[in-house]
Design a protein around this ligand. Structure first.
Ligand SMILES: [Zn+2]
Length: 804
């Protein structure tokens, strides 16, 4: 019996583990597992049964304590002799870790290799260890580690050393980027009374991390240095329609400081719109209705943002181009030619500062003018008014305006075919401790590297080379990943198969994903092979149920859950939008209100995000299955009929927009090219089902080379009008959304602006890109069909997915 006892956080707020000092027999273990649903708050660890008990909130427990108590929990009470509070935290394994259910067929694998692949995946799925993941998260979040600081470099070294210990080759790869840090952040209300604002976040007694004094002040990266004093106008979320409404209401924002809520678009878009509307400055704040007390209990009682919590974040105009603002399109190496900051189109021009809800309350309380429209009212306990004034603020921001070193960690595990790379990555820099954002993803990737390293030590050699990038300065504007992709673009175009991004990977238990359409089928199949930790059921089933529980059930109750489009906001951006590499991004999310604040800490994760690290471990399994299918497949598991269907749907919507705008634009060439793409995709899909069995390695390699190149055929070498860094003709982050994707962006955004000439040019580029992609797929069909006359009824390449 252990005598060193610490009080752990429970499985949920308000619950703590009660460990029965009881070793269960095999029959009892089986009974427990069979009746798992009845004991949702129980788990087994090394044969010891633990159940959760409603108690005081963990945050209020100050000291270790031992307490004898009788506990009744269904029939299991009969097994209980005594219970005591003891550590049952991250070391606890989820109950459900049975081998994954057999998948009927594997997309891209010949029948002769499918069984070996299943065995390999099952081996991998047995290896993830929540304790190892927890150890990484604890280490990664030990100190604030903003990009450009020594702490960020130390995190990079920790990652490199861990990877080397797992048998990977790992190096730091550095760049020199424009990375100003704040020297002075000053905000005060000067009228109608004086209040000093921009107050720091308050520590919470239960989380030691929040007492640290080495966290950067609340600031928006790339805000210029400036001093302004002006009356304030409240602009709701600061979206285009919000400014339009203010104009209709007769409230002018020119020369004023606008106060905007966070949410509904990327903060850099809010900065650009404030600038375009003539504002002198911008204050961004976190409204309690969005992620604070009106949404739920605040930290440490609950997972939401306290009234003093600040959302830091970059306002770089990444929708023009991300990465180092001074070296667009080229790597920010020491000797690279650089723009003057005044010439950089991605740098914002008006001072911008984020504040907490309580600071915003002091401003809003002193705004006069008309009451806001009903739906503009937020969650603060006062009636919101538009202004302008009488609330007047003075804002003084001083940035040190300098370049700093950023450090990526690039790791690889060499495969048999080093001319094909399967890529994964996440950033490692954080505004503060960064438990969810980004370290949950980093901890998952490090554990995945350990597990793959163990497979390699046991004799497995990946077919294709695996590469993992741990990017620096993502928070500033995707700096590390963009510079690396810009530097390696030609090589990536030749070799990259796909890129898996795992940023902010775990903040709860609800699965979600975004992907290039060609990777959706692979993702669905992989979720069939992995178990949801809480229910012990296949993840795809749980995912589908969560989707239908959250909204209207899509047509056909068995339809696959929606997979989002890739917009921007994380490091898949350069891979997909600039280099034309198929990408995907997934994770488990939950109630998470502490984004980019000091409260996104290890302790937050233990109390709310993933107390026993079971969802981190599940993500290691899922990411592992995805990477192993991409690395081991005979023919790359890409699905172009789904892609083409998405393009045709978007082309239809574009035609509707043309009619609605009465635009003098003939979309027939686009529609025809989209149809040709769809026909070619269907033909290629049929041909590939037979060709997957070919023993001819040379032919397989040639087919794979072509399959890899289809995504790149959708790039336009000159890029989108006005933002040439974005080269994909089918997807781009919206100029007015920042994070959310826009489909067929060149044509759509020109149409929305009423710019017919540009729309015409973009439509021609889009049609040409779709024709190129169709031609590559026809080449795939030709190669796949060679020496395959009169193929019998085709064997499905993958499990039937009911796509429509
Ligand atoms: Zn992140």
């Amino acid at each position: 019996m252990s005598t060193r006892i610490t009080v752990p956080p429970g499985p949920r707020p308000g619950l703590r583990w009660i460990a029965f000092k009881l070793r269960l027999s095999g029959a009892q273990v089986k009974e427990f597992r069979d009746r798992k649903r009845q004991f949702a708050d129980c788990m087994l660890r090394s044969g010891v049964l633990a159940c959760a008990s409603a108690t005081v909130h963990p945050a209020t427990v100050k000291e270790p304590q031992v307490r004898l108590q009788r506990h009744r929990h269904g029939t299991l009470a009969a097994y209980a002799l005594l219970a005591l509070l003891m550590a049952f935290g991250p070391l606890a394994r989820p109950v459900a870790q049975q081998p994954a259910p057999a998948t009927p067929a594997l997309r891209g694998f010949s029948t002769s290799r499918a069984a070996a692949q299943m065995a390999l995946e099952q081996h991998l799925q047995r290896l993830p260890d929540p304790a190892s993941i927890e150890g990484h998260l604890r280490a990664l979040t030990a100190a604030p580690h903003m990009a450009g600081t020594p702490a960020s470099r130390r995190v990079a070294e920790y990652i490199r050393d861990a990877l080397r210990s797992y048998g990977w080759q790992a190096e730091l790869v550095g760049y020199r980027a424009w990375l100003p840090q704040p020297v002075e952040v000053h905000l005060e209300l000067v009228a109608p009374r004086a209040v000093l604002l921009a107050r720091p976040e308050e520590p919470v007694e239960e989380d030691a991390a929040s007492f640290r004094t080495d966290v950067v002040a609340g600031f928006n990266a790339y805000s210029p240095s400036a001093e302004v004093e002006a009356e304030v106008v409240y602009v709701h979320y600061g979206l285009p329609e919000d400014y339009a409404r203010l104009r209709r209401l007769g409230v002018a924002v020119e020369g004023r400081v606008v106060l905007a809520r966070y949410g509904r678009s990327f903060r850099g878009v809010k900065a650009r719109l404030a600038e375009e509307n003539g504002a002198a400055g911008l204050i961004l704040y976190s409204d309690p209705a969005d992620d604070g007390y009106a949404a739920g209990d605040v930290y440490p009682r609950g997972p939401y943002r306290p009234g003093s919590g600040i959302q830091r974040g970059s306002i770089l105009y990444i929708f023009r181009y991300p990465g180092d603002p001074l070296t667009p399109g080229i790597a920010a190496t020491a000797g690279a030619p650089r723009l003057a900051p005044a010439a950089a189109a991605s740098l914002p021009r008006i001072p911008t500062l984020p504040v907490a809800a309580r600071d915003a309350a002091d401003i809003l309380a002193h705004l006069g003018g008309p009451r806001v429209p009903r739906e503009w009212q937020g969650g603060l306990p006062l009636t919101y008014h538009l202004g302008p004034g009488p609330a007047t603020v003075r804002m003084r921001l001083r940035m040190d305006e300098q370049q700093r070193d950023v450090w990526n960690v690039i790791a690889h595990l060499a495969g048999q075919q080093d001319d094909e790379w399967v890529l994964a990555g996440n950033h490692h820099d954080a505004w503060a401790f960064g438990a969810v954002d980004p370290s949950s993803g980093t901890a998952v990737l490090l554990e995945l590297a350990r597990v793959l390293g163990e497979l390699a030590r046991n004799g497995w050699l990946p077919r294709r080379t695996l590469q993992i990038g741990f990017w620096d300065a993502e928070e500033y504007g995707l700096i590390g990943s963009v510079e690396w992709v810009e530097q390696r673009r030609a090589e990536l175009a030749q070799k990259a198969v796909a890129y898996l991004n795992l940023d902010s990977a775990v903040s709860g238990s609800r699965f979600g994903a975004s992907a290039t359409p060609s990777l959706r089928a692979l993702l669905y199949e992989a979720t069939q092979a992995v178990v949801d930790p809480r229910s012990g059921r296949p993840l795809d089933e749980v995912w589908r149920e969560q989707q239908s529980a959250s909204g209207p059930v899509p047509a056909g109750a068995d339809a696959n859950p929606p997979v989002g489009w890739l917009g921007s906001g994380s490091d898949y951006t350069p891979f997909f939008h600039h280099a034309g590499i198929a990408a995907l991004d997934f994770g488990f999310s939950g109630d998470y209100g502490v984004y980019h604040s000091i409260y996104d800490s290890y302790q937050w994760m233990r109390w709310f995000g993933d107390p026993d690290f079971a969802y981190h471990a599940a993500l290691v399994r899922l990411a592992g299955v995805v990477l192993l299918r991409l690395s081991e497949a005979d023919l790359l598991p890409l699905d172009f009929p789904t892609y083409a269907a998405e393009v045709q749907k978007a082309a239809g919507a574009l035609s509707a927009l043309v009619r609605q705008r009465r635009a003098p634009l003939d979309l027939a060439p686009v529609t025809a090219a989209a149809a040709a793409f769809a026909d070619a995709a269907a033909r290629a899909d049929r041909a590939l089902r037979a060709a997957v069995e070919t023993p001819d390695a040379g032919r397989r390699a040639a087919i794979n080379r072509l399959l890899r190149s289809v995504e790149q055929a959708l790039l336009h070498s000159e890029g989108l009008a006005g933002r040439p860094w974005y080269r994909h003709t089918v997807f781009a982050p919206g100029t007015d959304t920042g994070y959310a994707a826009v489909l067929l962006p060149g044509v759509r955004e020109a149409l929305e602006r009423g710019d017919w000439a540009t729309a015409r040019r973009e439509a021609a580029a889009l049609a040409a890109a779709l024709e190129r992609a169709a031609a590559r797929l026809d080449e795939v069909s030709r190669l796949a069909a060679a020496e395959q006359p009169a193929a019998p009824a085709p064997v499905p390449v993958g499990a039937s997915l009911g796509r429509r």
